[in-house]
Design a protein around this ligand. Structure first.
Ligand code: AMP
Ligand code: GLY
Length: 431
């Protein structure tokens, strides 16, 4: 890669703040253009209101953009990467066809079945009556999913037949979208979950790192599923042996098949895994970095992110080693009370600067606004308190120390991020 690169980063959550932070440290960065609505990202970039997709191409041409990075799944699924690449703008992120690995759970399950990729037994239905009949033949817990994306809300683990029927009805009624009424029913897997990320340009596949998310809202993995309430990286459960199994039995065959189908995958591929008896099964693929896993990954990344992503987008990934800090990173998500349901915005948040002054701590903003009298909440997930430490336990204790500097009455966060690996439940005293 030669010369400085101008970058357009699409997305404005905590994941994109972490990406913007990593990119802004690169000596190869020219201009960093971002989309508004995240004032912390705007502080380290030039935020330009995004016009519609066609005008994005004009914006790229006008600003001499060398690389567009698409953070969230929706624009990928809508085909934004295809549009940009058709206009010869190097873009990180899969085509709409390849993003089907995230967009349709049934598509991915069929692909796994064909390739004998380790995954739960499943059946898929367009007809809710057929789904109801099938569910009645299954022993609870039964996993019922809307086929399409639903922000983590379209998955129900039904403990009884009645719950299973409710879950099927909700999907069939269009709760997760008019066009999201197809149903996937799966075998319930037990074990420990972990995420694994790779970067691929359609030819090379470079393993990135592992992480562990905390999907449930409350301590002890209780409460509703959310987009993710905290994460740490690396995930010790993903040993080198299991990583090799994941590459050999899950990632490589799936990517090879996408290429064979004329939909080569390019970008970050996220495998959500269930590990049991030292073997991984695929729960889901996502077509992007995880949020908040990306925040932990970016704290650990030692290599320059910019050439990595640029070379990926231009098909020049080749074989390369990526350097990671030896430390672990952990991120705590501070969310507005009420999230993932209805929540209020605009409450004042104090102490961010004090928290960030701690050595080894960074605060990534997921949903804040800067006002004349300081930061205010502007979303469901609001702050990501991220810290490095020699071990996950050290990273957790520093992250919780930083969290205690933040004064935000309307905020809520889990007290047990990392606890399963540290072997203790409560890391921080209740307020
Ligand atoms: P997904 O959106 O497919 O990742 O599902 C959300 C969450 O539901 C996962 O992170 C798991 O905790 C859980 N889950 C999904 N599928 C299964 C399964 N087949 N067995 C057990 N848990 C599952
Ligand atoms: N943290 C889970 C996700 O990004 O899908």
């Amino acid at each position: 890669m030669k010369g400085r690169k101008n970058i357009l980063l699409i997305g404005n959550a905590g994941r994109e703040h972490a990406l913007a932070y990593a990119l802004s440290g690169s000596p190869h960065l020219g201009k960093l253009i971002t989309t508004p609505k995240n004032d912390a990202i705007s502080q380290i970039s030039q935020a330009i209101k995004l016009p519609n997709d066609n005008n994005i191409i004009k914006l790229c041409q006008k600003n001499n953009i060398h690389l567009t990075i698409i953070g969230p799944e929706q624009p990928l699924i809508n085909g934004l990467a295809d549009k940009l690449r058709n206009a010869n703008i190097p873009t990180l992120g899969p085509s709409a066809k390849a993003a089907k690995l995230e967009a349709s759970k049934g598509f991915t399950r069929d692909l796994c079945a064909k390739l004998k990729i380790p995954a739960p037994a499943y059946a898929r239905f367009q007809n809710p009556n057929a789904a109801r009949q099938y569910a009645q033949t299954q022993k609870p817990p039964i996993v019922i999913k809307a086929d399409g994306i639903a922000g983590g809300k379209g998955v129900a683990i039904a403990e009884t037949q009645t719950e299973a029927l409710h879950a099927i009805n909700r999907i069939a009624e269009g709760t997760f979208g008019e066009k999201n009424r197809d149903i996937v029913i799966e075998e319930f897997l037990t074990g420990e979950e972990a995420s694994f990320f790779v970067l691929t340009d359609g030819k090379s596949i470079i393993p990135l790192a592992s992480a562990q998310d905390h999907k449930r809202l409350l301590d002890g993995d209780k409460g509703p599923n959310t987009g993710g309430m905290g994460a740490y990286s690396p995930a010790p459960i993903l040993t080198p042996d299991i990583e090799e199994q994941v590459m050999a039995e899950i990632i490589r065959p799936a990517l090879k098949e996408m290429t064979a189908r004329g939909a080569p995958y390019q970008g970050v591929l996220y495998a959500g895994l269930m590990i049991q008896n030292r073997r991984a099964k695929l729960i889901e693929f996502n077509a992007r970095f995880g949020d908040p896993e990306c925040q932990a990954l970016m704290m650990r990344l030692e290599s320059d992110l910019l050439p990595l992503l640029y070379d990926c987008a231009t098909g020049n990934l080749g074989e390369r080693e990526i350097s990671w800090r030896s430390e672990a990173a952990l991120t705590i998500v501070m969310a507005a009370k009420g999230y993932p349901g209805a929540y209020e915005t605009n409450s004042p948040i104090r102490g961010i600067e004090k928290a960030e002054a701690l050595d080894g701590v960074r605060i990534f903003h997921a949903g804040t606004a800067k006002t004349q009298d300081g930061w205010r909440a502007a979303g469901g997930r609001v702050l990501n308190i991220t810290a490095l430490g020699k071990t996950v336990a050290d990273a957790a204790s520093l992250a919780y120390q930083a969290a205690s500097c933040i004064e935000w009455k309307e905020g809520h966060y889990r007290r047990d991020i990392g606890a399963s690996v540290i072997g203790q439940r409560a890391l921080a005293r209740e307020e």
